[in-house]
Every structure is written in C-alpha cells, then in structure tokens.
Ligand binder design. Structure first.
Ligand SMILES: *Cc1c(COP(=O)(O)O)cnc(C)c1O
Length: 234
C-alpha cells in the first residue's frame, strides 16, 4: 500500500502495482494476463474513492453487503462497469441481488440457487453465478463442502435463469501466502473433477490482497483485491 504526501491513499498507483503483479504472476506460469480479471473489492469504501479507481481504469467491483451495494450502484451507475456480489447472500436478499449484480460469487446452497433462479425469472434475466466452496472445512466459514459441490452444480445446470460459470473460494487467513496454496490447488482440482461430468467451469475466483499471486499461479481467472488498492479498511 502506498500513501502520497498528503497521507491519502494513491489508488491509481496501487492499481497499477497490482496490475503489474498480476502480469508477473501470470507470466511465471505461462498464463495470458489478459484472461485474469481484477475485481476491486469496495466494501466500506465510499463512492468518491470508487470513482478514483474508475478513472484509473478499474471496471469490475466487488461488494459484500446488499444494502451498501445498492446505494453505491445507484450513486455511481452501471454503465460500462460490472458489479459483483462476493459476500454471503441470505435467501431473503436474493430479490435485490438478482437485480443489481452481474455475477454472484457466493452461491452455496440449493435453496439459494432456486431462490435466485426464481427472482431472475421474475426480472426476465439470467444471472451468472459461481459456487462458493469451503475448501478448508472450517465450520465457521461460508461455502458448500467439496463433496456437495457436484450436486449443487447439477442442480444449477437444471435451472433456466441461473447460469453457472465457475467456482470461488476463500481460504483461512494466513500472513504467508504460500500457506493458502493448498486451498487454491484443491479448488482447481475440484473444478477439473466436476468438468469431467460435462459441466464447464471456466472461472476460478480465488486470491485476495495477501495471496492473489499464488492464486494466479494455481489458475485463478478472477482475483478479488481490496486493501492493496484502497488501503486498510476503517
Ligand atoms: C473483503 C474480501 C476480499 C478482499 O480482501 P482484501 O484483503 O481487502 O484484498 C476478497 N474476497 C472476499 C470474499 C472478501 O470479503
């Protein structure tokens, strides 16, 4: 993170550093950096800062809370931007989520999938989604268990208004990004396993400020980065 002389966060500078690191990580494993999307995570970040990121070329934003996102999207708009939902989604918020977001990263139950499908049908649209997988089997974390992922993927395949594009995971927090690597490998293997059942999963959403380079080395197509762009959250 870099602050300028005024103590302000240099969003533009941070963004270009993150982009550079994405490119280098992709190069290390022979991936095309163009295929990796940077999701700028904006929970608790106000509209003014988000506009700065937009002027610096950010186009995809990730929000965790439906109410907060709703206000910001109203204020900032949707034109030439994408808004992704990356937080835990309660079924009773599916209504708004179906209207507001271009991609939902966190579908983790059959009940939620069916509700999103119903809401999307009512809006006359198809919502793209990812399944959030709990690769660490921690009781406290959100996400579906690995063993149940294929069943949920099959369920979504049968829904007309929800379209499955891939998998997402959030490993436990480590200071050393290498410790997150096994979870990223686990998600990639799970993707390969499910794809053998004729369910294509082109997207892997994994990696945050501390560990996005490791995630890219393991096949991430989307990284969700907040603090490395906007500074520590208050
Ligand atoms: C907050 C959050 C991020 C971004 O985390 P940083 O450490 O700020 O990069 C990514 N993914 C999810 C699901 C989050 O909640």
């Amino acid at each position: 993170m870099v602050a300028d002389s005024m103590g302000e966060i240099d969003i533009k500078g941070n963004l270009s550093k993150v982009r550079e690191r994405i490119e280098k990580a992709a190069d290390r494993v022979g991936s095309d950096p163009q295929t990796i999307r940077l999701i700028a995570v904006t929970k608790t970040i106000e509209a003014e800062r988000i506009r700065e990121a937009i002027s610096a070329g950010a186009t995809i934003f990730g929000e965790n809370y439906v109410q907060e996102a709703r206000k910001k999207i109203e204020e900032i708009g949707h034109t030439s931007l994408q808004w992704h939902f990356i937080g835990h989604l309660q079924t009773n918020k599916a209504k708004y989520a179906g209207r507001l977001f271009d991609l939902i990263h966190s579908v983790d139950s059959i009940k939620l999938a069916r509700e999103l499908d119903r809401r999307a049908a009512a809006e006359g649209r198809v919502i793209d989604c990812l399944i959030e997988v709990n690769c660490s089997q921690e009781e406290s974390k959100f996400g579906i268990r690995k063993e149940e992922t294929l069943e949920l993927a099959n369920e979504i395949k049968g829904l007309s208004n929800l379209f499955l594009k891939g998998l997402m995971t959030m490993p436990p927090y480590f200071d050393d990004p290498e410790l997150a690597r096994p979870y990223f490998i686990a998600l990639r293997r799970l993707k390969e396993e499910i794809e053998r059942n004729d369910i294509p999963l082109p997207e892997l959403s994994m990696g945050m400020s501390v560990d996005f380079e490791v995630a890219i080395e393991e096949g991430a197509t989307m990284v969700r980065v907040g603090r490395a762009i906007f500074g520590e959250r208050r």
